[in-house]
Design a protein around this ligand. Structure first.
Ligand code: AMP
Length: 285
């Protein structure tokens, strides 16, 4: 596995692979790898001849008071884990390589970014995500880019950018990888102390209770949300948001008669971490 720092070096490596007719897969990450990241890498490995993983803690998607400076960073560990998954290139640029002096462009996706994490973290968050992902797609020009369904709103935003800007790339979303007790794996789980870790398990517990009610035939959004709310309250967890929205455009739903995203976030109250999770409710047909 090569560790590359510059856009020019990545372009040269991708060009050489393409000249041999190789398919190129990209997995964008911010590092601090866990099994969720590794599953994306293994999937990319199985479907492409060249696998590029980007490792970049993107400053523009963090807001004031968020955890940019304390975000877990361990490149040597990450490089070893990526290499074990058969990754070919780890693209780990310095911030100035991605945002040189005079950088002035931002990609804003309206509508989709006004709700859920866009509302909770502010508009800069998804502008930062959309801009850096667009740059990474432009740098690597992969056939397929792989994302985790854990960040479901991010997947929707990226798909919309690709569609609206006619980017020639396939976006694939892979299922959320979880700990044994159901907690969605996250680089931020390292912030949790033992008590917070127990409370954090209530996120998936709440989503599961709601999903079970949906599976038993309930279609009323308020009833489904109430089931989730009860589990959170029992664990003494106050959600930053708990919402049921269309899985295609994030409209609020009164009834789940189409595919829906049941999304929850807990901010900074569970220890020092901000945690998000979601379940997809298959309401269509
Ligand atoms: P991050 O490094 O947190 O920005 O995540 C990089 C990629 O890994 C994103 O596409 C995330 O959605 C994905 N990811 C993060 N956690 C998980 C998880 N538990 N299961 C599956 N994918 C994940």
């Amino acid at each position: 596995m090569k560790i590359l720092r510059t856009i020019g070096d990545v372009r040269d490596a991708v060009r050489a692979a393409r000249a041999q007719g190789h398919r190129v897969g990209l997995v964008p990450t911010m590092g601090a790898f866990h099994d969720g990241h590794l599953a994306l890498m293994r999937h990319a490995r199985a479907h492409n001849e060249l696998v590029v993983v980007s490792l970049f803690v993107n400053p523009t998607q963090f807001g004031q008071g968020e955890d940019l400076s304390s975000y877990p960073r361990d490149e040597a560990r990450d490089a070893a884990l990526a290499e074990q998954q058969g990754v070919d290139i780890l693209f780990a640029p310095e911030p100035a390589e991605i945002y040189p002096d005079g950088f002035a462009t931002s990609i804003h996706v309206s509508g989709l970014t006004d709700v859920l994490d866009g509302a909770a973290r502010g508009p800069h968050h998804f502008d930062g995500v959309a801009t850096v992902v667009t740059k990474l797609l432009g740098i690597v020009r992969p056939d397929t880019a792989y994302f985790g369904q854990k960040d479901a709103q991010q997947v929707l935003v990226v798909r919309r950018v690709v569609r609206d800007l006619n980017l020639d790339v396939r976006i694939e979303a892979l299922p959320t990888v979880r700990e044994a007790d159901g907690l969605a794996m996250s680089s931020r789980n390292v912030y949790l102390d033992a008590d917070a870790r127990r409370q954090a398990a209530a996120l998936n517990g709440a989503l599961s209770a709601a999903s079970d009610l949906f599976a038993s035939g309930e279609r009323d959004a308020e009833a489904i949300l109430a089931a989730a709310r009860r589990v959170l309250a029992d664990a003494d967890v106050t959600p930053e948001y708990l919402e049921l929205r269309s899985a295609t455009d994030l409209r609020t739903l009164d009834r789940v008669d189409e595919d829906a995203l049941l999304a929850v976030a807990v901010a900074a109250r569970v220890g020092a971490a901000r945690l998000i999770d979601n379940h997809l409710l298959k309401g269509a047909g």
